[in-house]
Design a protein around this ligand. Structure first.
Ligand code: PMM
Length: 294
């Protein structure tokens, strides 16, 4: 989609030139794939800087795991984990920082610390969330989740998963706008793995075009998730190639942002996929490849 922008604070992220990469920084003891690795503040900050060096367009900082079956974390503890990391990163990296939280109170302190995007996996369920986002002029990710992390993988059911997720996201976009958030600040996400079976995840990825019809940037988070493990019969630390496959599919189908752990390899995958997707397909145009041998 030409000219699509996503506004976060004073910044306008261009979502049409290439697929943007959101690098994952979980400051948690229990996230499903990197839990415990970045609980140490200095290690978290160093990893955030490394991801930006590797080409991350956004760093997504989270202090509460939303893995299936996980318990909620008190707001104070969540804020204590993320705020110092966001403060340090905001002064050290040139890209926007997002706060991955369901709690308006955590979003508020994270935005005050320098984040400019709220990544809300509960899509504004906290009654104060839209107000906090509007006041800070932040960007907002509205993600679909069925139920909550504690129960979402207990036999999730839909009559038509694609239609239901699309309708949910349409309704949340409308609610956010009614609450005074400018449409250009909103981004949507089907919530891969959040109350979905393998078949549900595959259907949502297959029909990404349905979500693109809502006219806002689409973010997808397939990184190292269980559906990849199921398809390939591989543990979390061996899901990079599967993640790359999912990312390539999403980018080719028009997703605007991918949320991943492994920034460097995924940037390389996208360098090729985006070039093919955005070529004019005629073989003509400004060539830069005269010396290439293959
Ligand atoms: N997945 C996780 C956490 N936050 N946010 C968005 N917008 N989309 C996702 O798919 C998503 C998310 C769970 O993965 P993690 O534990 O590796 O962060």
């Amino acid at each position: 989609m030409r000219g699509l922008v996503w506004r976060c604070g004073d910044l306008a992220l261009d979502c049409s030139e290439r697929t943007l990469v959101m690098g994952i920084l979980n400051v948690t003891p229990d996230s499903f794939s990197d839990g415990g690795r970045y609980l140490d503040r200095e290690a978290a900050i160093a990893h955030g800087i490394r991801m930006v060096d590797e080409g991350a367009d956004i760093v997504d900082v989270g202090g509460e795991s939303t893995r299936p079956g996980s318990d909620p974390v008190p707001a104070e503890l969540e804020a204590e984990r993320v705020v110092p990391v966001i403060e340090a990163l905001a002064s050290k990296v040139p890209v926007p920082i997002s706060i991955d939280t369901r709690k308006a109170s955590v979003a508020k302190v994270a935005l005050a610390a320098g984040a400019t995007i709220v990544n809300d996996v509960a899509a504004g369920a906290d009654p104060d969330m839209f107000h906090v986002v509007r006041e800070a002029r932040a960007g907002l990710v509205l993600m679909h989740m069925l139920g909550d992390p504690k129960t979402m993988q207990l036999e999730p059911r839909y009559d038509d998963v694609v239609a239901e997720v699309k309708e949910f996201l349409r309704e949340r976009l409308e609610a956010a706008e009614l609450a005074g958030i400018e449409p250009e600040r909103l981004c949507i996400d089907p919530g891969i793995g959040f109350g979905k079976t393998l078949e549900h995840n595959l259907a949502l990825l297959h029909h990404l075009d349905e979500l693109l019809e809502l006219g806002r940037p689409v973010l997808v988070g397939p990184s190292r998730k269980r559906f990849i493990g199921t398809l390939l019969d591989l543990p979390e630390n061996e899901r990079l190639e599967g993640t790359a496959g999912a990312v390539a599919w999403c980018a080719a189908r028009g997703a605007h942002v991918v949320r991943v752990h492994d920034v460097l390899p995924i940037r390389r995958v996208l360098g090729v996929v985006d070039a093919i997707a955005r070529s004019n397909g005629s073989g003509a145009g400004a060539g830069s490849d005269l010396g290439a041998s293959a």
